[in-house]
Design a protein around this ligand. Structure first.
Ligand code: SF4
Length: 485
């Protein structure tokens, strides 16, 4: 029984239901029939391997596909020598596509030794027409191809391939519905990502996402809250609300709802202990959101607030729609309301037309904000984006030189910031055993900083108090306290 759909009651002799997700559960049962036949032939359960590239939304999509494959009888394999291999692709950076084509070439050789092998490819890269033409013409050995808008149809597409043996390509230009009530195989039992919206309308001039993830569309608050209630009933205590730009949540819904109001409703869910969200665009981070965060007991004291560049001139060319001054004002407002807040960011070096002085501006913002950490990227000229055809593409030497000096500042500032909690006792969500040291556990503070401390596996999935004895750059070594609390 998953999400009130009892697979025993699905009549496989009748036509597939039209409504979702019932239709997909029908095809999961249909696939299960094929897989048990395969199992007999192989004398073992068929195996699968999924390689996921890119952002948290892609990893969350892969968790759904894993759950469907396990439900129909596949078992997870360690590597690509599996009966079903799927690439869930990202296309943000130019060389991402080349890397996938290279991997497909290797898979072709593996498939020669295992003709029953099924190869699938999905994700953002598949939303590009020239990629689909290339797959259709030169990668005929790839069996299933689908995009970001119809990932929920995976079971139906797999069934079509199992039945026909033909290459199945199903790409939607735009999404016409949101289907979320599908099984999810969470990486962690106690924490999980929850999509609240899809797509992006911001069209930053360097970014391909709006072209491959489509226009912004939000899930209804009822759907989101009922999913979170189910997750909490299932043992989840921390959720990460996911969207390309969560601040514009609700704009396409009939009901009057903002992201801040949604958070207030989610905060009311008993049993939920921590709420995280990503990603926030600075142009529409509201005062209302700052107030709700400051008053909240559950929303973690961490905001990921991509700056990209500290130069207002470059921000204009990036179509980011805020200036250096506006960004700094926003950060001041956030810090006034929440002095212990952790702010992280994304930074791009080498955007067309960028000068050393522009990078000085970025370094200035890094120092003024005091980021706990920053994802720092060298600009990737992405075909299909306005920036790719801009003049004054920056020479590699200058990009590397500026990237190094920016990274140096980011690391110096982050190390100082991270150390500010040394000696304090803070609550840690215990996530796993420390893979580097026997007997140690790894967990995260509310602000996402990693902590290692002595403790038993039974603590995994719970929130405990840890005294932060020593900061070692970007993580802490601590000691559990208040054990009998
Ligand atoms: S906000 Fe800008 S960078 Fe982020 S996904 Fe949208 S277009 Fe891309």
């Amino acid at each position: 029984m998953c999400n009130n759909i009892d697979s025993n009651k699905i009549d496989l002799n009748s036509e597939p239901p039209l409504d979702e997700p019932a239709r997909q559960f029908y095809f999961m049962e249909k696939c299960r029939g094929y897989v048990s036949g395969l199992k007999e032939r192989l004398g073992r359960s068929p195996s699968f391997f999924i390689q996921t590239f890119g952002c948290q939304m892609n990893f969350h999509d892969s968790e759904k596909i894993v759950a469907i494959l396990e439900r129909i009888g596949f078992v997870e394999a360690e590597g690509e020598n599996a009966d079903f291999v799927l690439y869930n692709t990202c296309t943000v950076r130019e060389n991402a596509n080349e890397r996938v084509y290279g991997r497909l070439g290797q898979l072709k050789r593996v498939k020669k030794n295992n003709p029953e092998m099924i190869i699938g490819i999905c994700g953002c890269m598949m939303q590009e027409e020239h990629v689909i033409e290339k797959i259709r013409k030169s990668y005929k050995f790839v069996d299933i191809v689908f995009g970001t808008h119809n990932i929920f149809k995976f079971a139906e597409l797999l069934y079509a391939r199992l039945r026909s043996g033909e290459q199945i390509i199903d790409i939607w230009k735009e999404a016409d519905r949101i289907v979320e009530e599908l099984p999810v195989d969470r990486k962690y039992d106690f924490k999980c990502g929850v999509n609240i919206m899809y797509g992006c309308n911001n069209f930053c001039s360097y970014c391909i996402v709006p072209y491959v993830r489509g226009r912004e569309r939000s899930r209804t608050p009822d759907d989101i809250i009922s999913e979170i209630r189910r997750l909490v009933d299932d043992g989840v205590i921390e959720i990460m609300l996911l969207g390309q730009n969560v601040n514009s949540y609700g704009k396409n819904l009939d009901t009057e709802i903002t992201f801040a109001k949604l958070l207030k409703e989610i905060e009311k869910i008993d049993g939920l202990e921590r709420i995280r969200f990503m990603t926030s665009h600075p142009k529409d981070l509201s005062d209302e959101l700052i107030e709700v965060m400051a008053a909240s007991k559950k929303i973690c004291r961490h905001i990921h607030l991509p700056l990209q560049s500290g130069s207002s001139r470059i921000l204009k060319k990036m179509n980011r729609r805020y200036t250096k001054e506006q960004y700094l004002e926003l950060v001041d407002k956030i810090k006034k309301a929440m002095p212990d807040i952790s702010i992280t960011t994304d930074l791009i070096v080498g955007f067309p037309g960028e000068t050393d002085e522009d990078v000085d501006e970025t370094i200035d913002v890094v120092k003024k904000v005091g980021y706990d950490s920053a994802f720092t990227f060298q600009y990737s000229r992405r075909t299909g984006t306005p920036a790719a055809s801009m003049e004054n593409q920056v020479p590699k030497e200058a990009v590397t030189r500026n990237f190094d000096r920016l990274l140096k500042t980011v690391q110096e500032v982050a190390a100082k910031r991270t150390a500010r909690f040394e000696g304090q006792t803070m609550s840690v969500l215990v996530e796993e055993v420390d893979s580097h040291e026997e007997g140690m556990l790894t967990g995260r503070l509310g602000n996402n900083t990693v902590v290692h401390f002595d403790g038993g596996r039974d603590l995994i999935g719970s929130i405990v108090d840890v005294r932060l004895d020593e900061c070692r750059g970007f993580y802490y070594i601590g000691r559990q306290v208040n054990i009998n609390k």
